[in-house]
Design a protein around this ligand. Structure first.
Ligand code: SF4
Ligand code: SF4
Length: 114
């Protein structure tokens, strides 16, 4: 079966996507291709590049803004009790599987516009 092709935009300085199972290097391919469950549930984003994908210039890689600064994306967060705050943080961390291996089987083909 032919895989769906999608055009995504990423910084040219971003690291190349590693193979599935390798350590996540913050290439950003998965989040630029489609929103993950966290983005679907908390950001109500169903398609396109996730709006919480953040480029970290100092480290030349992408990171999840929902992990770095969730209050930037969830304006109601500071008004929730600490217990819910912590629960949401744990849910986000678990669903994103932070610090684990790359689980995206997307194949990234690099092109640089003229
Ligand atoms: S999970 Fe894979 S595709 Fe997604 S940012 Fe990490 S290395 Fe890149
Ligand atoms: S919420 Fe974070 S991990 Fe999920 S798609 Fe957006 S940037 Fe990627």
């Amino acid at each position: 079966m032919r895989q769906e092709q999608r055009l995504i935009w990423l910084r040219v300085e971003a690291p190349a996507k590693p193979v599935v199972g390798a350590h996540c290097n913050g290439c950003g391919v998965c989040c630029a291709a489609e929103p993950c469950p966290v983005a679907r549930v908390f950001l109500w984003q169903r398609r396109g590049a996730c709006r919480a994908l953040v480029w970290v210039e100092a480290n030349l890689h992408y990171r999840c803004g929902m992990l770095m600064q969730p209050a930037n994306y969830l304006p109601y967060l500071p008004y929730l009790p600490d217990s819910l705050h912590a629960l949401i943080g744990r849910l986000i961390g678990r669903w994103i599987a932070v610090g684990t291996a790359c689980d995206s089987d997307a194949e990234a083909i690099h092109t640089i516009p003229d």
